[in-house]
Design a binder for this molecule. Structure first.
Ligand code: CMP
Length: 159
């Protein structure tokens, strides 16, 4: 059973400022995922509050909002086979200390406060976060990715 999903990913300000946008995106392209939306934007305090509403009231909340608004982020919608769980494997555990070697957070981050990247943790979060960051017309799915054909969706191949 092939299950195509979309998930939301954001390279956080530390990743943008360190100049590792390309290295991070490369990992998703290597996997064969299709990037169907992407933009560089400044997260406002209002957007941060919506994005991280589940963390409001936690001890780290104010630092988290300060961090995510401290520079631009690169927001993306990524599509592929069970993309939500698969992207989270590539991203690694929230705390880079516990992230498996080879994951983005293990390879590029040291501490939870500056963990380089965000990825949706469930289908509901993915839908909610995609809607927060992108208008429907900013998502481009009407093109054929060679990656999706070869890596998991051969029956889409039309010639
Ligand atoms: P993210 O995947 O963007 O989701 C929520 C973010 O809050 C998380 O990555 C971390 O950046 C941050 N975070 C979660 N837990 C903690 C914590 N205990 N201390 C500091 N920051 C945290």
């Amino acid at each position: 059973m092939k299950t195509e999903e979309r998930t939301f990913v954001a390279i956080k300000p530390d990743g943008v400022k360190r100049g590792i946008i390309g290295k991070i995106i490369e990992r998703f392209e290597n996997k064969g995922f299709k990037i169907v939306a992407m933009k560089l934007l400044q997260v406002t305090p209002e957007l941060a509050a919506k994005h991280y509403e589940e963390h409001q009231g936690k001890p780290f909340y104010n630092r988290l909002v300060h961090y995510i608004t401290s520079g631009p982020v690169v927001a993306m919608v990524i599509e592929g086979y069970e993309a939500i769980e698969s992207v989270r494997h590539i991203v690694g555990a929230t705390n880079p200390m516990n992230a498996d070697v080879g994951t983005i957070r293990a390879d590029f981050a040291q501490v939870m406060e500056y963990n380089v990247i965000h990825a949706s943790d469930s289908p509901n979060s993915a839908q909610r976060e995609i809607n927060l960051y992108f208008k429907p017309e900013e998502i481009y799915d009407n093109w054929q990715s060679m990656l999706e054909l070869i890596t998991y969706n051969e029956e889409r191949f039309q010639g």
